[in-house]
Design a protein around this ligand. Structure first.
Ligand SMILES: [Zn+2]
Length: 254
């Protein structure tokens, strides 16, 4: 069985003590590739250095909307410059976050649009981080023209919002949230989606699946997410692994 973790912060310091053994565990569990999304410009060097340690790690760089207060205009120039010389598989994570506590909605929007333009110019897909802002993101994607493919990571919107992304050719990332039995709405969305829309992710070290509350999440939990996705959709896990991995490979060109 081949699996791909399409969203994993293996570069996070939480993995400094045992990154190599986590990666070895991934190999044992059939996790063939992991996409490492960037969050802030100050973290890109470490992310790229970690990605270079294994052919199974694929870097993406971006300026995450939650950290809008840290981003500077020159970081956009730095991003465009990195795109030209690093083996990136995507621009991300980028987007809009209207979760309580998020700041500078206008600044977030401008930053998102600028990064969409960089992705489009580089013909790279995008990794979208969107909370409580799916309608705003959708209208920007439509109005501005969207890059070649992308994924709405840790998707948690409605079926209508999901279908709009799918109509734009984007995929939806499912991870820890769907493993919680109370996530009934999200499970209904997952059940209704076509196969080509779905990719798997852990978002480690955040978002631990059900039964791992308070623990560090790791990419080793990906088979558990696969098991739940298969159960919710009434499909064979082998089959779900095959199509979600094919989707991830097509999306990121890996
Ligand atoms: Zn993330």
């Amino acid at each position: 069985m081949d699996l791909i973790d399409t969203h994993c912060h293996l570069d996070a310091s939480a993995f400094d003590p045992d990154r190599e053994s986590v990666l070895a565990g991934c190999a044992e569990r059939g996790i063939r590739a992991l996409v490492l999304p960037g969050v802030t410009a100050s973290g890109w060097d470490v992310l790229l250095a970690v990605a270079k340690t294994s052919g199974r790690l694929h870097p993406a760089l971006g300026l995450h909307p939650w950290f809008i207060g840290e981003h500077r205009p020159e970081h956009l120039d730095a991003l465009a410059e990195r795109v030209a010389r690093e083996p990136l598989v995507a621009i991300g994570e980028i987007g809009i976050d209207h979760y309580p506590g998020a700041t500078e909605p206008e600044g977030q929007k401008r930053l998102f649009e600028a990064q969409l333009d960089i992705a489009r110019d580089a013909a790279l897909p995008v990794i979208l981080h969107v909370r409580k802002a799916h309608d705003a993101v959708y209208s920007i994607l439509r109005r501005r023209g969207h890059p070649p493919g992308g994924v709405a990571h840790a998707f948690s919107g409605s079926l209508v919002q999901a279908r709009r992304y799918v109509d734009l050719g984007l995929r939806l990332g499912f991870g820890g949230a769907v493993t919680h039995a109370r996530a009934r709405k999200l499970r209904d969305v997952l059940r209704a989606l076509p196969r080509e829309a779905i990719v798997l992710e852990t978002d480690a070290p955040d978002m631990p699946p059900a039964g791992h509350h308070g623990e560090r999440n790791t990419p080793l939990n990906l088979p558990e997410i696969l098991r739940v996705v298969a159960e919710v959709r009434g499909e064979d896990p082998e089959e779900v692994a095959a199509y979600t991995t094919a989707n991830a490979r097509a999306l990121f060109g890996i």
